[in-house]
Write a new protein. Structure first.
Length: 228
């Protein structure tokens, strides 16, 4: 091996290690940002995020191109958190009403537990990128696969699965977001019951239009394994 080849390989090794270290540090800073958002609120500043990470603000931008890059990384992590939180839903067993209730509860739980993060994402949506839409899309894409499974089971047109999924997610998300701001007006259990009933009536109408009459309280065949 020539000296130039050895030097090239050494350089490549250093570049790989630096890339891995930079990615690890980025993840650490995003985790710190999530803590800062939860504690400080949606108006958190990059200085507060840097303080939470235990570094000076200029050091933060050695790992992110700018504030937009940091916001994008936080949004991507939020989408991953949603995916993880809802993963058990794809292995549920029960009736249509039970499945809907558990899914609605899980969505409300996530928004409640991450209220400041949701508000933060909403603020980013107003500044250009629709961060909330990104998170809702993650949920809707997964729900689409679930609806496709049952539409296939009932020998119905699966092309409507995506439209149904986005409609259901939009309903739960918008109602819960409003509830977070005025939660004393409607008890949590009542919110779940209302959304469950509305979603079932929507699904029941779709099924009946396709010639299917389904008892919402009978146990359904299990859905497929959750998406990877």
């Amino acid at each position: 091996m020539t000296s130039s080849s050895a030097a090239t390989r050494a350089g490549d090794g250093r570049a790989t290690r630096w890339a891995g270290q930079r990615e690890r540090r980025r993840r650490e800073f995003v985790t710190a940002a999530l803590r800062a958002i939860a504690e400080t609120g949606p108006q958190v500043s990059t200085a507060q995020i840097a303080d939470e990470a235990g570094i000076a603000r200029p050091q933060l931008y050695k790992h992110f191109d700018d504030a937009t890059d940091l916001q994008r990384a936080i949004t991507d992590e939020a989408a991953q958190l949603v995916t993880t939180a809802l993963r058990p839903l794809w292995e549920l067993r029960g009736s249509a009403i039970q499945l809907i209730t558990v899914a609605v509860d899980a969505h409300i739980d996530w928004l409640t537990d991450n209220a400041n993060l949701y508000r933060y994402l909403s603020l980013q949506s107003h500044s250009g990128r629709d961060a909330v839409a990104d998170v809702k899309t993650v949920i809707a894409r997964q729900l689409t696969q679930l609806f496709e499974h049952y539409l296939t089971l009932f020998e119905m047109d699966t092309r409507i699965a995506e439209t149904i999924a986005f409609g259901v997610v939009g309903l739960v998300d918008s109602c819960t977001a409003q509830w977070l701001e005025t939660r004393h007006r409607v008890p949590r259990a009542e919110l779940t019951a209302l959304l469950t009933r509305w979603i079932w009536r929507l699904l029941d109408d779709i099924l009946r239009t396709g010639g299917v009459e389904l008892d919402p309280h009978i146990t359904l065949p299990p859905p497929p394994l959750h998406p990877a």
